[in-house]
Design a protein around this ligand. Structure first.
Ligand code: ATP
Length: 267
């Protein structure tokens, strides 16, 4: 597929979609970078009261969890990261990647996408296929307090020959919407939702958003497997708790699974 005519990101389009929230963010757009998360972790910008957002037209080494790769192609998607600073006394945040997924899901729903669901802990699915990936990494900010680098990749229009090795299959917005938004508009809309959800989260924790997450739980009441623990766990996915941990009904009773090093699969 020829991507020479792809629509580039532009700050004006992002600001337009953000409306009155435009002043909350400072936006930096790079034509290319290895990983926007790595850049913000390695060189956190000095705080000026705004939320710094780094978007790249192309990521050459986009990352997923545990050393996995996030694949992207120029013009085929949106890849960006933002640096979210917590209040000085904040505890290590629980459930943050679920909240980010919720913000992306709400953006898609507002655009009219149907069949949006969340796969614990951090994937956004449409009709069961992966549309977006999220990578949240904590940074102690070298004396500047606790901060989270939140990376998001969303497929807009993937090349026909894109080969992505994903257990659940992949999809893009062009397959779900007659007129998908431009990358700039999509970025502005996602940032606006993030602002909304992260404010609720900062004030009241994941507990306040748990119900909204569970309404979109892709595997609700389904038999699932948890990979990555010493012994594979199987059970029924009953939801998440107030910390965003997965609740699994097993033969031995209710088990609580933390997101650290595990992957969720349909059994
Ligand atoms: P899982 O729960 O599926 O084990 P994960 O949540 O740990 O995976 P992530 O780290 O979020 O996965 O994302 C990386 C994975 O996403 C890759 O291993 C690949 O399967 C898939 N992937 C990579 N690029 C894309 C893309 N552009 N679109 C959809 N899926 C992708």
């Amino acid at each position: 597929m020829d991507h020479s005519d792809y629509e580039a990101l532009d700050a004006g389009g992002v600001a337009e979609a953000l409306g009155e929230l435009a002043g909350v963010f400072s936006l930096e757009i790079l034509p290319e970078c290895d990983s926007t998360n790595s850049r913000l972790l390695d060189n956190p910008p000095p705080g000026d009261g705004r939320v710094h957002v780094l978007a790249a037209e192309r990521q050459t080494a986009g990352r997923g969890r545990r050393g996995r790769a996030w694949q992207s192609w120029p013009g085929a998607g949106l890849t960006f990261s933002l640096l979210w600073r917590f209040a000085p006394a904040a505890h290590v945040p629980a459930g943050l990647s679920l909240v980010v997924g919720l913000a992306v899901a709400r953006t898609l729903e507002e655009l009219g996408v149907e069949g949006v669901a969340l796969k614990w802990p951090n994937d956004v699915l449409i009709q069961g296929k992966k549309l977006a990936g999220i990578l949240v990494e904590l940074s102690s900010g070298r004396g500047r307090g606790l901060a989270a680098v939140i990376g998001i990749g969303i497929n807009l229009r993937m090349p026909a020959d894109a080969a992505v090795d994903s257990p659940m299959g992949v999809t893009d917005l062009a397959s779900c919407l007659a007129s998908p938004p431009s990358p700039s508009r999509l970025l502005g809309l996602v940032l606006a939702q993030l602002q909304l959800f992260l404010e609720i989260y900062a004030a009241a924790g994941f507990a306040a958003l748990r119900g909204a997450w569970q309404q979109r739980n892709a595997f609700a009441d389904l038999p699932v497997r948890i990979l990555g623990e010493a012994h594979e766990l199987t059970g029924t996915c009953v939801g998440v708790d107030d910390d965003g941990a997965l609740l699994l009904q097993t033969a031995e009773g209710l088990r609580r699974v933390l997101s650290g090093d595990v992957s969720l699969r349909l059994a």
